[in-house]
Design a protein around this ligand. Structure first.
Ligand SMILES: *[C@@H]1O[C@H](CO)[C@@H](O)[C@H](O)[C@H]1NC(C)=O
Ligand SMILES: *[C@@H]1O[C@H](CO)[C@@H](O)[C@H](O)[C@H]1NC(C)=O
Ligand SMILES: *[C@@H]1O[C@H](CO)[C@@H](O)[C@H](O)[C@H]1NC(C)=O
Ligand SMILES: *[C@@H]1O[C@H](CO)[C@@H](O)[C@H](O)[C@H]1NC(C)=O
Ligand SMILES: *[C@@H]1O[C@H](CO)[C@@H](O)[C@H](O)[C@H]1NC(C)=O
Ligand SMILES: *[C@@H]1O[C@H](CO)[C@@H](O)[C@H](O)[C@H]1NC(C)=O
Ligand SMILES: *[C@@H]1O[C@H](CO)[C@@H](O)[C@H](O)[C@H]1NC(C)=O
Ligand SMILES: *[C@@H]1O[C@H](CO)[C@@H](O)[C@H](O)[C@H]1NC(C)=O
Length: 276
């Protein structure tokens, strides 16, 4: 007979579901399908909401019409020329799955050469459960008092005090604006590992997020010189040719059900041992 402890060991097997999403944007044929429909085929959705400025010079609005597919690339555009007092038209897509826990996320992209935006490829549950790859188009090779130039890699502080973030800026091994490069986040329980093309460039084993999350791709500006600078004076466009992600999901609903059925089973077993 299975003991309750042995049954408990089965719980992770019941919960984990593995998924692979592999998108080559050159396969998009616009004849009979919208970009939204194409993305939906890969369980990806377009974001459409405003993020408050919360102390930054500008708010930003993720705008469906700033997401497109052209010439084989998913294009995420931050529109140029936002006036003071307006929200910066920005672009984002994300996984429809919001319960991802651990996986490998590869993005092949060409960064914009127009300064004043942040391109992000990242896991997100909230501002304290987030692991990021970020490209700052104002800081490829020059920094400022607050920013080291290079590819920005961060595990946001799980205590929600951003001074405690685990972060690094890695000099770009190649110019990210002139050719496609592959940016990989390998998120496990132990660490966030970051790769540029096939080279491991950083491993962070502190502040590793543990909450079920979404994965997002975005480009935005809030005009804060401490991060994005900008907003851009002309359209700034991130071009993504491929997305290859492989992850496991962990459903809170399922785990609640599993715990419930575990309790029910244990009750049944103890009833059985009393009467049989
Ligand atoms: C688009 O749809 C039309 C009408 O259903 C069909 O005749 C045509 O072959 C389709 N084109 C492509 C490229 O799938
Ligand atoms: C979605 O995938 C199916 C099966 O591969 C294909 O027939 C269909 O055209 C795709 N739809 C879009 C919008 O790409
Ligand atoms: C997203 O998930 C919801 C809930 O499971 C489902 O109804 C919807 O069709 C999904 N959308 C896409 C684009 O995968
Ligand atoms: C985005 O939101 C705006 C304003 O709420 C709405 O008019 C528009 O239809 C939405 N677009 C999509 C693609 O959901
Ligand atoms: C916008 O505000 C900034 C900071 O207050 C100021 O330097 C700039 O001149 C303003 N630009 C316009 C177009 O009003
Ligand atoms: C910036 O990128 C665009 C689009 O790829 C290109 O046409 C342009 O020549 C680039 N400008 C500079 C200054 O490198
Ligand atoms: C945040 O962390 C910094 C550095 O560890 C510390 O000096 C500061 O007091 C912390 N702030 C809060 C609100 O706990
Ligand atoms: C930038 O950072 C400095 C130092 O922490 C801070 O004093 C300043 O207010 C920040 N600027 C903005 C626009 O948030």
């Amino acid at each position: 007979m299975l003991t309750p402890i042995a049954l408990l060991a089965l719980v992770p097997l019941v919960n984990a579901k593995s998924k692979t999403i592999s998108v080559d944007f050159s396969s998009y044929d616009p004849t009979n399908h919208t970009v939204e429909e194409f993305l939906a085929n890969y369980s990806l959705i377009i974001n459409n909401y405003t993020v408050d400025s919360s102390g930054d010079p500008f708010s930003r609005t993720y705008t469906a019409s700033n997401v497109d597919i052209s010439d084989g690339y998913l294009t995420l555009k931050v529109s140029g020329g936002t006036q003071n007092g307006s929200s910066v038209p920005s672009a984002a897509i994300q996984t429809n799955d919001t319960n991802i826990r651990y996986g490998t996320f590869k993005t092949t992209a060409i960064a914009s050469n127009v300064s004043g935006v942040c391109h992000g490829f990242f896991t997100y549950e909230n501002d304290c459960q987030e692991s990021d790859i970020e490209i700052l188009t104002s800081h490829f090779t020059t920094g400022n008092a607050r920013i080291n130039p290079g590819l920005q890699l961060t595990n946001q502080a799980t205590n929600c005090n951003s001074s405690d973030n685990t972060r690094d800026a890695i000099p770009y091994p190649q110019d990210p604006t002139t050719a496609e490069h592959e940016y990989t986040l390998e998120w496990s329980k132990k660490a966030s590992k970051f790769y540029f093309d096939d080279a491991l460039i950083a491993t962070m084993d502190t502040n590793v997020p543990s909450a079920p999350s979404s994965f997002l791709w975005n480009s935005w500006s809030s005009g804060n010189p401490n991060w994005t600078s900008g907003p851009p004076t002309q359209d700034s466009i991130l071009r993504i040719s491929k997305i290859d992600i492989n992850y496991k999901t962990s459903s809170a609903q399922h785990s609640a059900n599993t715990v419930f059925s575990f309790v029910a089973l244990a009750t049944l077993l103890s009833w059985a041992s009393t009467f049989l």
